[in-house]
Structures are given as C-alpha cells and as structure tokens.
Design a protein around this ligand. Sequence first.
Ligand code: ZN
Length: 325
Amino acid sequence: MKRISTGGLMIVVVCAMSFALGGCVPSKPNTSRPQELTVGPAGTIAVSEMGRRLGLTVLKSSTHSATLSNGLNSVVFFADPGGVAYVNGRAVGEKGGLATVGRTLYIPESLERDIRLSLRTRPKYIPPVKRRIPVKRSPPSAKKPRLKYGPVVIDPGHGGKDPGAGHNGCREKDIVLDVAILTTDILKASGVDVRLTRSDDTFIELNDRAALAQATRAKLFVSLHCDAARNRQARGFTIYAPENRMSQTSSLASAMEKSMLTTNTTSRGVRAAGYRVLLRTTCPAILLEMGYLSNRYDARLLSSKSHQRAVAHAVANAVTAYLTK
Ligand SMILES: [Zn+2]
C-alpha cells in the first residue's frame, strides 16, 4: 500500500513538472534527429546531422551509402571505396574519410562546406540587402564623391551561423571579414566604389551575394575565403575563376596572383571552379582562398593583423590594377 501511494505520488510530481514545462503529454523526441547513440571518428558527423545542417532530408541510409534530398538537390554519399560525396551527380570535396559505426554512416564535417557551395537554390530575385549598401552621405548637388572606379563587390565568405573553416583557433568567417573591411578602406581611399556583401557577422545566402553584384552592375566581384584540408601540410593561396568564364577572368586572376605573391606566401595557382558565387555573377569574378587554416603556419599568418593588412593591400592593388588598365 505504501509503495503504491509513493509511486502514485511520483507520477503526480512528474506530471505536475511536465505540465509546468508545457503539458503532461510526453514531448516527442525531435524526429529530424534519429537515434544515433554511437559516436563517429573525430571530425565526422552522422549523416542525419549533415542532412540537418544542409536542410536535406535523408531518403535512404545504409551502412555503405546514403541519399539526401531537398527536392531540388540530390546528395549521395558512398562509404566505399574510400568515401565520396556527389551533389546532383557531381563528385564534390575531398575523397575519403567516410566511416560506418554501428549502423550509422559518418561524414567528414569538412564536406559540409563543399556540398553547401554546390547546392542549387531556387532562382528568385533578391533585392540588394539594405544594410550593406553604403549610405550616400552627400546630396547630388554637393561635392561629388571621388569614387571614380567600380563598383566592385568584395564578398567575405560565410558569416553568422556558417563559420566556414575552423582550425588552429581561427574561424574563417572572422578572418575574411577583417581582410574584406581593410580591403574596402584601401580601395575607397583609391577612389573605388566598393560594396561589401556583409560588413558584420551575418549569414548571407550565396545567391544574395551574386545578386548584389548583379544589382549594382559591379565591374568586379572578389570573394574572400580561407582554405582547409585534411593534409595539414597544405598551405599557400589559391585563386579560383569561374569555369565557364575563364578567359574573361584570366587577367584579373593573374593580376591577383602577382599581387598576392608580394605577401610572401606561395601560390597554388589559378584554378577553374564551379562555385555558385562565381557562376551566378556575370562580371569578372574570382574567389581567393588566402591560405590554409588547417596549416599552423598559414593560420598564424592569417590571424596576424600585419599579414591581413598585407593581403588587403594585395587584393586592393590587383583590383585597382585591373580597373585602371
Ligand atoms: Zn570559405
């Protein structure tokens, strides 16, 4: 009798507590996160978590493959051989690193960025984001601004919920923003009209970044990023040009490479790429990976203010050299 009444009391207490927290009906576990009780190898996340981050639904998942979709994109992971990810039929990111623990497929976290860059989004008109359009400080009749060149769009990658690469205590979204702001100041002082896709820690969709270039009829688009690789020895800067407009961009890319070499870092060359911000712009556009945060030397360099200033000068010099040629 005593036991029963104690149990009854417990039920009342638990019910009262859950009622206070939003009702006596047991809240359902989040169905978008299936029950992965196992833990994958370091640097990997469960396929369902990858899907959640990318806004994709896991359609099929087994110990050796998984298919995810959001209706517009299909992402497939194969654990064998070595591990590979496909976005809409195209292999993306570095191969290898996929692992199966228990019945769950684990995906290298680093693939999230590559996959995100390759995802298609529904085309829509996106008006330029107001807070990033510089305010006109003088009426038209007053002294004309001395901005003779441009406009140029400088695009610090990632931001907000998307930190980009993170290694050696550095976050990509912070470094690229610092360099972008320094670059903007230098360019403005040289009479270049500059628009930043973000001037603070805000998440901006890739299409919105390209849309700003289109809406402002930009002459140039420069996206700033930091690299990361599983090979910790990889270092140096890389310049990516749109794979469908290599010839249009070649003089800008080579001006940028020449200028970046003055920062005492090594060049990994100019490469063609299908990054969305490059493909969706129509003006000459490049994406500069300033160095590898996964490499200790590069990470230290990129987090130093003096190197950030040197890179900002290099980028600004390349842009002005291109605009005034
Ligand atoms: Zn990046």
